[in-house]
Design a protein around this ligand. Structure first.
Ligand SMILES: Nc1ncnc2c1ncn2[C@@H]1O[C@H](COP(=O)(O)OP(=O)(O)OP(=O)(O)O)[C@@H](O)[C@H]1O
Ligand SMILES: [Mg+2]
Length: 311
């Protein structure tokens, strides 16, 4: 269990992180989303104990993360946004260096390296110099390094930038497996489809503050488009035929585009039946019924006013 309480970090006049609090449980993957400069990496660095917060604290299984040498810190693995590898060494030698940081050697080190290479999909390149690796392969090795000491909590700061779709899928399956094993994962990404696939909970940070922290479904409900019913009508009446729908309880807006109605309701489940009953009572025939579903990109745009990729 990871508990982040009131983290605060200022750089001169700039407040990079302001009162960031959240928890992440074992077996849970929490997505940390936000535009460039939102304070994600600063937050993750403070959680990993690499950067000292001005205020606030981080607890792991109830124990406070304090100094550089703190034992609880061993329970954390960090995949940093900026890749930290030695180009002149082989992938295996790089991992051995990371292993040494955690006093891993001999057989346990070899087994940990094999497992980490497997997760990263780099087993057949383990002996090659990192200098000969592509950008995506370096990212994957960066991930392998963080997994070596089998941390209970894994912080991933944009781990898949530049990784090809196939390798990305492999990484996802392996992260899902780590989740099943009860690891706690905090995942920073600019790819909404990744957050939608992987994360149980979504935290959106903007200007250093948490502006949303809820399940994916609940975060989706924060934008109005999820409450729009689209209903195709085969036999519409003359102009203004659907005016009466506006008086139905729970209906906020009604539009007709010549083929389908867009009916905005306050509450999808509670208010939709009355809309359908009205159409039925007036003998309108429906060709289809659908409700719109906000994707994370829309949620993000609505909440931050910026697109996640061009932020
Ligand atoms: N060492 C530093 N000195 C001064 N300002 C900093 C420093 N590190 C970060 N900042 C500032 O703090 C803010 C948050 O930066 P941070 O790297 O946490 O953003 P981020 O959400 O990770 O962004 P990105 O999506 O681009 O990785 C930014 O305005 C950044 O310029
Ligand atoms: Mg960052």
């Amino acid at each position: 269990m990871l508990e982040v309480k009131g983290l605060h970090k200022r750089y001169g006049d700039l407040v990079a992180v302001e009162e960031v609090s959240f928890t992440a449980r074992p077996g849970e993957m929490v997505g940390l989303l936000g535009p460039n400069g939102a304070g994600k990496t600063t937050s993750v660095s403070m959680i990993a104990g690499l950067l000292k917060p001005d205020r606030g604290e981080v607890l792991i299984e109830g124990g406070l993360v304090r100094s550089e040498t703190d034992d609880v810190k061993r329970r954390i693995g960090l995949v940093p946004q900026d890749i930290a590898l030695h180009d002149e060494l082989s992938a295996r030698e790089n991992l051995a260096l990371f292993g040494a940081l955690y006093s891993l050697r001999g057989k346990p080190l070899a087994a940990a390296m094999d497992a980490a290479f497997d997760v990263a999909g780099l087993t057949d390149r383990a002996q090659d110099k990192v200098a000969t690796f592509s950008g995506g392969m370096k990212r994957r090795l960066n991930l392998a390094a963080a997994l070596l000491h089998a941390p209970a909590i894994l912080l991933l700061d944009e781990p898949t930038v530049g990784v090809d779709p196939q390798s990305r899928n492999q990484i996802f399956s392996n992260l899902e497996e780590l989740k099943r094993q009860g690891k706690t994962l905090v995942y920073t990404t600019h790819y909404m489809e990744e957050a939608e696939r992987l994360c149980d909970r979504i935290i959106i940070i903007d200007h250093g503050k948490v502006i949303a922290n809820d399940s994916l479904a609940a975060v989706r409900r924060m934008v109005p488009s999820v409450n729009i019913l689209e209903i195709g009508v085969e036999n519409p009446g003359r102009d203004g035929w659907m005016g009466g729908l506006r008086t139905v309880a729970g209906v906020v807006a009604v539009e007709w585009d010549g083929a389908a109605l867009s009916v905005t309701v306050k509450h999808l489940l509670e208010d939709s039946p009355a809309v359908l009953m009205w159409l039925h009572a007036h003998d309108y025939r429906c060709t289809h019924i659908a409700s719109q579903r906000a994707d994370l990109e829309t949620v993000f745009l609505t909440l931050t006013g910026r697109s996640v990729r061009n932020a």
